[in-house]
Design a protein around this ligand. Structure first.
Ligand SMILES: *Cc1c(COP(=O)(O)O)cnc(C)c1O
Length: 472
């Protein structure tokens, strides 16, 4: 610790900031995948909690040292796995302060500042995403909970219209509720249906096209089969292809039958913020609820998602908490817990506020546009070289690549081996998926700090992995 100034060494917060700075400085250069095995990580921690406490600064230092080899560089510029995104500097700074302030964002009474930040940020988000300005916005942990929240509002509203109070009476004896999802619905839609007692296995699945988009004619045929309370779940941004369900048509068809439309747009909803991509999401404002993430494409630290419901009363009915000691917000103020399943929680609005304020409207558009442009660049570097073939139309930030071995052989086994090599090389990281019956490398460009040079270097690494596997 000789190189650490005394005042820093004695202060756990100063030391934490210094360690964070050093991690972030090394981030672009470190191997992108984790370097430690689970057993080795576990072996570093004391097995049992020692009886005696430790000096706070020593605890922070030891923690940083123990976990370092098990950290992925997922916040860095060449991590293309899942749909992740990093942390914008302003958002990260605000997130640090959020912990220092330690506000309970549940009530106006517990933090007027958190209530104000969330109200202002909610308005900005609605404007950027092209959603109705009067919608209610809940600041949740991520899109999983945003889907849950939107579908809780949906369940409330469609059953209320059928004369049933589900909040009071539950689902036993309720009129049958039909849920319709796309064949390509995200796994978190299915878990949300399970949480809500709607049963993931009871959902009707609508056939999708070759890009994973719901076929509107199939939806029309399905909805015509019976009447009654219905929820249609559409998707903006398929996790594999980035494709969008035809939202305008879906809203038209669903609303003709009185159905509620929920849109899962964890990252895809942000296409609205970019004039060049907005056409992909036409009609999005006609839905009744929307779910998205701030921790993905907006590059806010975990955990941060947004649940949006056109009529805030449909949020309050299933979520609002009532108790004698819960002082209601004065007229015109905001009790955040009316908009989220949680009661006490982190004041997530500050980091989203800071991300948006640091980017501005044009900066958000630029972030989206830049990632999409980099995805196209990556696709064109890869397509047709070393047996690689791009499998999707690159309309957004997602690229799917299949590989063929040079002399026949099993393309799936070859693709899996190439993915293993890419991950082992440590220059970039991406995972695998199955798309249209074949194995594929799945790349998502969603980090604010990714440059053209990162894309070019990563493309070289991917092609080198395929070449080495072919020469094996
Ligand atoms: C990531 C994702 C989710 C789930 O979001 P979490 O942030 O992991 O809760 C839901 N839907 C889609 C389309 C996604 O990409």
């Amino acid at each position: 610790m000789r190189d650490i100034p005394r005042e820093v060494a004695a202060d756990p917060l100063a030391r934490a900031a210094q360690l964070a700075r050093s991690f972030l400085d090394r981030l672009p250069a470190r191997a992108v995948g984790a370097q430690a095995r689970f057993e080795d990580l576990l072996a570093g921690f004391p097995a049992a909690l020692p009886d005696a406490g430790e000096d706070p600064t020593a605890v922070i230092e030891e923690l940083a040292r123990l976990v370092d080899p098990g950290l992925t560089a997922s916040a860095g510029p060449r991590y293309f796995g899942f749909v992740i995104g990093g942390s914008l500097p302003a958002a990260l700074g605000a997130d640090w302060l959020t912990s220092a302030w330690d506000q309970n964002a549940a009530l106006y009474a517990t933090s007027p500042a958190a209530a104000a930040a969330e109200q202002v940020t909610a308005g900005w988000v609605l404007g950027l995403l092209g959603l109705p300005a009067t919608a209610g916005v809940g600041f949740v942990t991520g899109c999983q909970m945003a889907n849950f929240t939107g579908l809780a509002a949906a369940r409330h509203a469609v059953l209320e219209r059928a004369g049933w109070n589900v909040e009071d009476q539950g689902l036993q004896g309720a009129p049958p509720l039909r849920v319709v999802i796309g064949e390509e619905a995200h796994a978190t839609i299915l878990s949300a249906l399970r949480f809500l007692g709607l049963g993931s296995g009871r959902a009707y699945r609508v056939e999708a096209d070759g890009e994973g988009r719901m076929r509107p004619e199939a939806l029309r045929r399905l909805l015509a089969r019976e009447q009654g309370p219905t929820i249609v779940c559409a998707q903006a941004g398929n996790v594999n292809t980035g494709a969008f369900d035809p939202l305008d048509e879906i809203a038209e068809i669903a609303h003709q039958c009185g159905a509620w439309v929920h849109v899962d747009g964890a990252f895809g909803l942000w296409a609205s913020a970019s004039p060049g991509r907005r056409h992909l999401i036409q009609g999005v404002e006609r839905a009744d609820s929307w779910a998205t993430d701030a921790h993905k494409w907006l590059n806010v630290p975990y955990d941060s998602g947004l649940a949006v419901v056109a009529d805030p009363a449909d949020l309050r009915a299933p979520l609002g908490k009532r108790a004698a000691y819960l002082v209601r917000a004065e007229g015109g103020t905001r009790d955040n817990h009316d908009f989220t399943p949680e009661s006490s929680r982190r004041a997530r609005g500050f980091a989203i506020y800071a991300a948006l304020r640091s980017l501005g409207r044009s900066g958000v558009a630029d972030l989206v546009e830049r990632c999409c442009g980099l995805a196209s660049r990556l696709a064109s570097h890869l397509d047709g070289r070393e047996g690689a073939r791009v499998l999707n139309r690159v309309v957004l930030n997602q690229v799917l690549v299949g590989f063929r071995p040079p002399n026949g052989g099993d393309p799936d086994a070859f693709t899996r081996a190439v993915i293993g090599r890419i991950q082992g090389q440590g220059i970039c990281w991406a995972g695998g998926t199955r798309w249209q019956g074949q194995e594929a490398l799945r790349l998502s460009i969603s980090n604010w700090s990714t440059t053209e040079a990162d894309i070019d270097r990563s493309a070289q690494a991917v092609l080198a992995a395929a070449r080495r596997e072919a020469e094996r």
